[in-house]
Design a protein around this ligand. Structure first.
Ligand SMILES: [Zn+2]
Length: 422
């Protein structure tokens, strides 16, 4: 084994070990081990060695980094974002703080529709530039794989443009992007009294998106006043027939039955779930749907958080965490901040949280065979933190603990700085 020359070797690290073959459920979410004084070797972008630093001493490597006892984890995976859009909505902050209800802000032309207008007006270059800034922030804070939804066009050309921009972004920077078509994110103003006609238009668009391979998943906002369970089922069934994996924005505000629908259709994930009924949660867990919780959104909207402890302790379910990065309900790219909120708001332990932003979030976007754990044969996506245990990451909140990041074996963040063309 010592004849191979490693491209990189990281030695004297505390390696967070998580096995990746299946989602981690219930108490097994806490089964993260720490390998003391461990080493990880990289060849051709993949992990080729995990073992003790002592055993690694015999290995030959082109680059060697001494982690000096710090925590090495899998690259973080963010399985729910609205990455590609234009503009920001800080102008609504004062209204929000004054307690003006969201629906009233929406009626004044604010809310999601203001982002739709800005995104429709934006050029391809402007969308790319804004998303690139977000992706840079994500990488500097440890996110190496991200899911990105469309849904701020709500018309055929802009929805396609958002997906094509996401595709182009893959070539422009290192963070991997998994695309989701979220055409039915809201009802556009021109279809306010004909929501079914709009939904039909989005259904008609599915084959073209599939033919161009612009998205792996399809998603819908199933909520009172947006799309009903019946409409959501019609769209998701069509998407499933067209070959998409299914996701659903489910039961964020009211227990409408989105969780039950996710179970019925065998969705890959059901996201939000703040208001989901106990039966809804039970049925989605038995159907193998990954619950994706978004504590940044509930915290920012001052809503009651999702029931992570009920899922983990009572249902022995897996849980994944995501930012929900978007310009309205959760304008942050930082999974590290979400990790702190998961502790405080969802009462999750540091080990559960690390599992939820690595292997379980990789399962939520069907990428767990490649990313989400430190195992020989997996892609070398790694985060080295200025911390020596997972608890420190969530305890010392609000700041960036990242020292170094590797993406597909490339050393893309060095001492907290982004390295272009490493
Ligand atoms: Zn969302």
């Amino acid at each position: 084994m010592t004849e191979r020359v490693f491209d990189s070797l990281i030695v004297h690290a505390q390696v967070a070990t998580i096995a990746g073959s299946a989602p981690h459920c219930g108490s097994s979410m806490r089964e993260i081990g720490l390998l003391n004084d461990a080493a990880v070797g990289i060849i051709d972008g993949n992990i080729a060695f995990v073992g003790s630093s002592q055993d690694a001493a015999a290995l030959e490597a082109k680059e060697c980094l001494d982690a000096r006892g710090r925590l090495l984890t899998p690259g973080l995976v963010d399985p729910h974002t609205h990455l590609v859009h234009s503009g920001s909505r800080e102008s609504e902050l004062a209204q929000k703080l004054a307690g003006i209800p969201y629906l009233e802000i929406l009626q004044q032309g604010g809310g999601i529709l203001s982002t739709v207008h800005a995104t429709r007006r934006a050029s391809r270059e402007e969308l790319i530039e804004q998303a690139l800034r977000s992706l840079r922030t994500m990488l500097l804070w440890g996110t190496t794989t991200v899911e990105a939804k469309s849904g701020y066009g709500l018309d055929v050309p802009t929805e396609l443009l958002q997906l094509r921009v996401a595709q182009e972004l893959r070539k422009l920077q290192p963070v991997e992007i998994i695309s989701t078509f979220l055409g039915p994110h809201a009802i556009p103003p021109e279809y306010q009294d004909r929501p079914d006609a709009f939904l039909e238009q989005m259904i008609q668009l599915l084959p073209a998106i599939q033919a161009e391979q612009l998205a792996d998943f399809a998603d819908i906002f199933c909520e009172h006043g947006v799309f009903s369970v019946v409409q959501s089922e019609r769209f998701l069934e069509a998407a499933q027939k067209a070959g998409f994996g299914l996701k659903i924005h489910a039961d964020e505000v009211e227990p409408l039955g989105g969780a039950e629908l996710a179970a019925k259709l065998g969705a890959v994930s059901a996201d939000h779930l703040l208001a989901a009924s106990e039966n809804g949660l039970r049925s989605l867990v038995s159907a193998g749907v990954m619950p994706v919780l978004l504590p940044g959104t509930s915290w920012n909207l001052r809503a009651k958080p999702a029931r992570a402890r009920f899922l983990i302790d009572t249902l022995q379910a897996p849980v994944a965490l995501a930012t929900d990065y978007n310009p309205g309900s959760c304008p942050t790219e930082s999974l590290q901040f979400i990790m702190a909120l998961a502790a405080n708001e969802l009462r999750m332990t540091p080990e559960e949280i690390l599992t939820a932003v690595t292997i379980n979030s990789a399962h939520a976007i069907r990428q767990a065979h490649r990313v989400g754990s430190i195992e020989v044969g997996k892609q070398a996506d790694l985060c080295l933190f200025n911390a020596d245990n997972p608890a420190y990451l969530v305890y010392h909140f609000g700041i960036n603990h990242i020292a170094d990041v590797w993406k597909k074996g490339q050393h893309v963040v060095v001492n907290g700085l982004y390295i272009d063309n490493p």
